[in-house]
Design a protein around this ligand. Structure first.
Ligand code: KIV
Length: 271
């Protein structure tokens, strides 16, 4: 008899069932093996290999520079660690916009080379054809509306989106288009809570909010932000669960002092 308990993997179907039952979905970003292992073991439902890796891992100012090859490298590392969570990978800037064939080819590369379970792309009606084409290859697609960081140079700022009626109406209509095109879930980033509630009620598929209030079907944060690995970024929607920067800083200072004083290693730590 096996002593290992069968782990029930999260699928796009599970997420739909969670919405029906009113169970909230927890999603966090992951870009490497060690962090992904901790997040998966802690019971996070979806791990997003976000193109925020461009900021968080590589130190770029925007998400635009990260390449498809780099996203695949991060996704491979995350997939190796995961037993339960659904792994979703961002299609990076330039790998899908304005070209449904490229969108399909980029998605196939991600799925084939990393073993991830789904892809995510930004935008509404303008990416609907790509969503359908990617789905035609059996690849699940997550949408992303509201603040879409790949369009930062069009918006000019990272402030709350869809506060005005026209933009809010467009977002509602885009969410419907994405659902009808076959998306299994939609990220709603930095939009008013009331609008996110309305969209979440209108859709059959789950919504995952970041800075979109408490009425979405799930929540997502950038792991490095919620763990306080980054110190500088503190928008209103971010709850910090740990001050990792200070904890690491303290530990590293202690190590540095121990090495310099000759206190490390001691006899017990030697062969
Ligand atoms: O890349 C990312 O981290 C994201 C989340 C903010 C949703 O897209």
């Amino acid at each position: 008899m096996s002593v290992h308990k069968e782990i029930k993997k999260i699928t796009t179907h599970t997420l739909h069932e969670m919405k029906v039952k009113g169970e909230k979905i927890a999603m966090l970003t992951a870009y490497d093996f060690s962090m992904a292992k901790m997040l998966d073991d802690a019971g996070i439902d979806i791990l997003l290999v976000g193109d925020s890796a461009s900021n968080v891992m590589a130190g770029h100012e925007t998400t635009l520079p990260i390449t498809l090859d780099q996203m695949i490298y991060h996704a491979q590392s995350v997939v190796r660690a995961v037993n339960r969570a659904l792994v979703v990978v961002d299609l990076p800037f330039g790998s899908y916009q304005g070209n449904t064939k490229r969108a399909l080819e980029s998605s196939i590369r991600i799925m084939k080379e990393s073993g991830a379970h789904a892809v995510k792309l930004e935008g509404g009606s303008e990416v609907a054809d790509s969503v359908r084409r990617i789905l035609s290859a059996g690849i699940p697609v997550m949408g992303h509306l509201g603040l879409t960081p790949q369009s930062i140079y069009k918006f000019g700022t990272y402030t709350v989106r869809a506060k005005e009626e026209v933009e809010a109406a467009k977002l509602i209509s885009d969410s419907k288009v994405l659902e009808q095109s076959g998306c299994f879930a939609i990220v709603l980033e930095k939009i008013p809570s009331k609008l996110a509630e309305e969209v979440s009620k209108k859709l059959i598929i789950p919504t995952i909010g970041i800075g979109a209030g408490q009425h979405t079907d799930g929540q997502v944060l950038v792991t490095h932000d919620m763990l306080g690995i980054n110190k500088e970024f503190h928008p209103r929607f971010l709850r910090r669960y740990l001050n990792t920067y200070d904890l690491v800083s303290e530990a590293v200072k202690n190590y540095n002092a121990d090495v310099k004083s000759g206190n490390f290693p001691n006899e017990k730590e030697s062969y």
